[in-house]
Ligand binder design. Structure first.
Ligand code: TRP
Ligand code: SF4
Length: 407
């Protein structure tokens, strides 16, 4: 049990967001609240995927910088804590690009052409010419983003799971090709010895349990034992991870997707909240504007007059109650709507209050950051430093494994 905890503590979470400018309640409920929780449990790296934005917006890059800073301010305002999480901008850590290039050498074209988002997005964004090399390579750039930090967990929505899956395949292929050293077996044996007699014996037994009987518990226990060893350096650890499973060195570990539950946050029209539907409430919208948008949002179309009974299941306001209201309020809505006991304006008031209560502190914090642009820049500069140090470490090993160390 003790050992498991150690390995959990060492797992690293990484996620990125394309710079879409000011964030809305859909982002807050769907992504940010999750990140805020994760930063308390894991080492977290969160970055602005500005190069990713260029894969679809290469013809209009001038809008990207403002979108980057707006998004970072919203992250901070929402409660992402730079003391806990490393926040940075992708293009400020050029190692992402180097790894992308090197991974491109071993990635079969078919793997990229088969990623569902490739065709889907081309269909969806018909007005854009996305028959570019950069757009095809988008998921591989994402793989580089993840692997350059050797992240173990990647919080993503359903639509991004295929990209994490690709990342796993690319990592496996990389380790298979470049993790084979001529004297691997010997080096691995030496590394096992460094664990000390007792641990070495346990490790060998667990390894046998896994390799001869396919026992997953032995594998898990051996991994945990390995991660808890203080005497073993990074390279030996990679060797032993691979040795344990009967492969070569694991230079780029395979990440797991951490599937974020789809948010129930509806837009003002009841569809998913999204900028392209023009149905959003932005975190930094003026409270008066938010109240007005909610007051004028559509309701059950059968409730033409105040005296007509309605049906919450046909009303987007009800979906807001599902997010914001307690049982008592929800019951009041159900009964009042169906009996025409309450009017729609009455019904909306608790939602308006709840949304304003939610964005109030976020807006107050956002104002503080808006007034201190230098602070925001410093937070990002520091995050880029921290991220760069980790990325450089990985690239040193990647270059060595690919015979690119000319020092
Ligand atoms: N492709 C992701 C999106 O569109 C953004 C992203 C880029 C990302 N690189 C990443 C997410 C790495 C997680 C990990 O939402
Ligand atoms: Fe919708 Fe509430 Fe009006 Fe019923 S009373 S139609 S749930 S806004």
């Amino acid at each position: 049990m003790e050992l498991k905890k150690v390995s959990v503590r060492h797992s690293r979470v990484l996620s990125g967001m394309r710079p879409t400018g000011r964030l809305h309640l859909g982002h807050y409920h769907g992504v940010l609240k999750n990140w805020i929780e994760l930063q308390h449990e894991y080492e977290c790296f969160f970055f602005v995927a500005d190069w990713h934005a260029l894969t679809t917006h290469y013809d209009d890059p001038s809008i990207v910088p403002a979108a980057v800073w707006d998004m970072v301010v919203d992250w901070l305002a929402a409660g992402i804590d730079p003391e806990r999480a490393t926040l940075f901008v992708q293009s400020r850590v050029p190692e992402h690009a180097e790894l992308h290039l090197l991974l491109s050498m071993i990635t079969p074209l078919g793997w990229l052409e088969r990623v569902p988002s490739y065709k889907d997005q081309q269909e969806k964004l018909k007005e854009k010419d996305l028959a570019t090399y950069g757009f095809l390579g988008y998921p591989l750039l994402q793989s580089a983003d993840i692997l350059v930090y050797r992240a173990s967990q990647v919080p993503v929505g359903e639509d991004q799971v295929a990209h994490v899956e690709l990342t796993r395949e690319v990592a496996r292929r990389f380790n298979h090709i470049y993790g084979r050293e001529p004297d691997f077996e010997e080096k691995a044996q030496q590394a096992v010895k460094k664990m000390g007699k007792k641990n070495a014996k346990t490790f060998r037994n667990l390894q046998r349990g896994y390799q001869e009987q396919g026992d997953q518990e032995s594998l898990g226990a051996a991994r945990a034992l390995l991660e808890s060893q203080q005497n073993i350096g990074a390279e030996d650890r990679e060797r032993l991870r691979g040795y344990l499973e009967g492969s070569g060195r694991i230079i780029l570990p395979e990440p797991q997707p951490l599937l974020t539950k789809a948010s129930k946050m509806p837009g003002l029209d009841g569809q998913k909240m999204s900028k392209s539907y023009k149905n959003t409430i932005a975190l930094r919208d003026d409270p008066e504007h938010i109240a007005k948008s909610l007051r004028t949002m559509p309701t059950d179309t059968n409730r033409v007059r105040r005296t007509d009974p309605g049906d919450p299941d046909r009303c987007p306001v009800w979906q807001f109650h599902e997010v914001y209201s307690n049982e008592a309020v929800k019951q009041w809505v159900q009964e009042g709507c169906r009996s025409a006991g309450i009017g729609c304006i009455d019904c909306k008031q608790p939602v308006i209050d709840a949304v304003l209560r939610e964005v109030g502190p976020i807006q107050a914090r956002a104002r503080e950051f808006e007034e201190q642009p230098d602070l925001v820049r410093r937070i990002i500069a520091e995050g880029c430093e921290t991220a760069g140090a980790v990325a450089r470490e990985t690239m040193k090993e990647v270059r060595e494994a690919m015979y690119l160390n000319y020092e």
